[in-house]
Design a protein around this ligand. Structure first.
Ligand SMILES: Nc1nc2c(ncn2[C@@H]2O[C@H](COP(=O)(O)OP(=O)(O)OP(=O)(O)O)[C@@H](O)[C@H]2O)c(=O)[nH]1
Ligand SMILES: [Mg+2]
Length: 234
């Protein structure tokens, strides 16, 4: 499977050549160029406490290499600023990926850190982490984010994708299927589908494990594809 950064590099080289060619969709090509080259592809990672947000961000920073030996502490209030991840293009140019900030998942941080991050990043994508524990809390967390999108349309204006990743499959996949786990989230899935339609963003639910690498690469590849400007028609 191709590397996430390789995928993006292919995409960017494509949009840069569109700029230089001055093709008919000139404005969108320039917008593309602006987002990718100047501003970067911003996305945020949310989810209730201990679902694997910090681990996911570290895995991205390691360019999707193994996360072995990484033992994160719970992320404290205020979060931690995450540097942009630079990817080198074939011609020596760089693109920016912007996870922006790693925020904690404790309930008290939703109204503060999550909302502030959403406003600051005006993300093109939201990656929402779930796991197999504490359904009530995680339903609340997911509903909180869906409501935040409703309440903050100006911060949601760049939103192209809302992806849910059900993490830690290494701990639950032997006992239950993804469908069984998601049966607890029927209303939230309905709400997500209808909001996606109204706001015009793509949604997806997939599962795997950041720890073992199962499923996450494919999810990130699809996510990157969904948040990039001018998705390539396949
Ligand atoms: N078994 C297993 N454990 C995981 C996986 N991903 C993360 N963890 C563990 O889950 C715990 C929480 O991970 P974090 O990345 O700190 O979770 P978080 O969402 O950032 O937590 P907060 O910052 O407290 O909200 C850590 O002990 C991780 O090692 C996984 O795929 N499988
Ligand atoms: Mg954390």
């Amino acid at each position: 499977m191709s590397n996430l950064l390789d995928t993006l590099i292919t995409v960017i080289v494509g949009s840069l050549s569109n700029v230089t060619r001055g093709f008919s969709g000139q404005l969108s090509a320039l917008e593309d160029f602006f987002y990718v080259k100047v501003r970067g592809l911003s996305f945020i990672v949310l989810g209730a406490r201990q679902t694997g947000k910090t681990t996911l961000i570290e895995w991205l920073r390691r360019n999707m290499a193994s996360i072995e030996g990484f033992e994160p502490d719970p992320t404290a209030a205020g979060g931690i600023s995450v540097p942009d991840v630079n990817a080198r293009l074939d011609d020596g140019k760089y693109i920016k990926l912007k996870p922006t900030r790693d925020v904690g998942g404790e309930y008290a941080m939703w109204e503060t850190d999550w909302v502030e991050l959403f406003r600051e990043a005006q993300p093109r994508g939201i990656l929402f982490m779930l796991d197999h524990t504490d359904v009530h809390l995680q339903k609340d967390a997911l509903n909180f984010v869906l409501q935040m999108i409703e309440d903050e349309p100006s911060s949601a204006r760049n939103l192209r994708a809302f992806y849910i990743f059900v993490n830690k499959s290494d701990l639950w996949a032997d006992e239950m299927s993804l469908d069984e786990l998601l049966a607890n989230y029927r209303n939230e899935q309905k709400r997500l589908r209808s909001q996606a339609e109204r706001f015009g963003y793509a949604w997806s639910i997939s599962s795997g494990s950041v720890l073992t690498g199962e499923g996450i690469k494919d999810t990130m590849r699809r996510f990157a594809n969904a948040i990039r400007p001018l998705p390539k028609r396949v």
